[in-house]
Design a protein around this ligand. Structure first.
Ligand SMILES: Nc1ncnc2c1ncn2[C@@H]1O[C@H](COP(=O)(O)OP(=O)(O)O)[C@@H](O)[C@H]1O
Ligand SMILES: [Mg+2]
Length: 393
């Protein structure tokens, strides 16, 4: 069928043609935003789930809601190779300038800009990381101690006061939080906490892979309680059917019921895979009816596309021993597995395998769902490992 009309959109952060199964999270986000906007306390929250479940899509949706609720929004993606401050500062700067333009001179906004200047001076953001061009003097004695915990808190307080002076609120939307270093994560949580203790209008909405839960636990004993961590999982069968059927229906096309069942079965409800299979089944179908056979024929294309992109993205950055560790894990099946069993398969002592496992965790490839266990952060990754490294050992 006409690929130009194909409504499905597999891709990182690509808005799906039909966003299904997330009503509860969206409803909760709406409440959080509304409460913050009218000055009531509310917990910030971090969406937690495997790759491809739709966290980024949800963050984009929340950004839209926030804008509609008259929030100023900062969209940030944590980078494996950059500091938290390095990615935060340009967005904070942009928001402060937005606040500045919002009305006549506000002392709180001007102060916000001066505090930002101090903050940047103190944290010694790597040269080239931030192009600042702030034509204000620093606010001496605020956010310039060089201690990230204290400085970030003062930065957020100044930002919150600036927003408050304009009768508005700030939504900090931060993706890929699992890449933060532990001290950075702690500083971020504490800063948001300090600002909310003063009832300032700042809300953090984040997303990250499951390792974020371990990070939160270690970062601060009560970090777990300061925030909510809604789990974003695969879609239930009815939502998968709806996600596939609705966009087709709008184009006058129909999936046979057993075609939908097949998509449910193969994708296990993971949104990225749902989009991928629906996309290829559409392209392969001869007419306005898509059959189970079309879905089955779509598999070869879907899998090779996933192997080249979704599965591959971070795989290429791994060392040979890290790849071998993942391959050993895959040999044991989808998981989770005991670390000790993986080490045995890998053919090394647990002490040798331990550092490799830890590195893979910090790279976001695997996580520990419970003590002593490891699991893949990407669904169906075990099968990819077997395809890409067929011979083991
Ligand atoms: N609720 C949903 N229903 C249908 N498709 C979805 C849904 N959420 C996400 N998708 C699709 O899944 C893919 C992955 O979404 P993304 O937000 O990048 O996942 P994550 O950030 O968790 O890795 C995208 O192609 C997106 O269109
Ligand atoms: Mg994402």
């Amino acid at each position: 069928m006409d690929p130009v009309k194909n409504p499905y959109g597999p891709g990182a952060g690509t808005p799906p043609p039909e966003l299904t199964g997330r009503e509860t999270v969206i409803h909760e986000a709406r409440i959080a935003l509304e409460r913050k906007r009218v000055g009531r306390p509310h917990k910030s929250f971090i969406l937690v789930g495997l790759r491809g479940v739709g966290k980024t899509v949800l963050l984009n949706r929340v950004e839209e809601l926030a804008r509609n609720a008259q929030f100023r929004t900062a969209m940030i993606e944590v980078d494996e190779d950059k500091s938290l401050a390095g990615v935060l500062v340009p967005e904070i700067r942009r928001v402060l300038y937005e606040l500045d333009r919002l009305g006549p001179l506000s002392q709180a906004v001007k102060r916000g800009l001066r505090v930002l200047r101090s903050f940047v001076g103190a944290i010694r953001v790597n040269a080239g990381e931030v192009e600042l061009g702030l034509d204000v003097d620093p606010e001496v004695g605020t956010a310039d101690s060089g201690d990230l915990d204290a400085d970030l808190a003062q930065m957020f307080i100044a930002l919150g006061e600036a927003a408050q002076s304009r009768g508005t609120a700030v939504a900090l939307i931060i993706d890929e939080l699992q890449y933060l270093e532990e001290p950075e994560f702690r500083a971020l949580i504490m800063a948001v906490h300090r600002a909310s203790q003063r009832n300032l209008p700042i809300l953090l909405i984040g997303a990250g892979l499951p390792p974020i839960l371990g990070l939160a636990g270690r970062a601060k004993s009560y970090a777990e309680r300061l925030f909510d961590y809604p789990a974003i999982g695969p879609l239930v069968a009815a939502d998968v059917r709806h996600a596939v059927q609705e966009p087709a229906r709008r184009e006058g096309v129909q999936f046979d019921p057993d075609a939908l069942d097949e998509i449910v079965r193969i994708t296990e409800g993971y949104p990225y895979f749902v989009q991928e299979w629906a996309y290829h089944a559409w392209n392969l179908a001869a007419g306005a009816k898509i059959s189970r056979d079309d879905v089955i024929s779509a598999s070869a294309r879907a899998i090779s596309r996933l192997d080249e992109s979704f599965f591959r993205v971070r795989f290429d950055r791994l060392t040979p021993s890290q790849k071998l560790y993942l391959r050993a894990m895959a040999e044991l099946g989808p998981g989770p597995h005991r670390s000790g069993d993986v080490a045995k398969k890998y053919g090394a002592k647990t002490t040798t395998a331990g550092p490799i496992r830890d590195k893979l965790i910090s790279k976001g490839m695997i996580y520990s769902p419970s003590h002593g266990d490891v699991a893949f952060t990407v669904p169906l990754f075990d099968q990819f490992m077997k395809r890409t490294m067929p011979n083991f050992p």
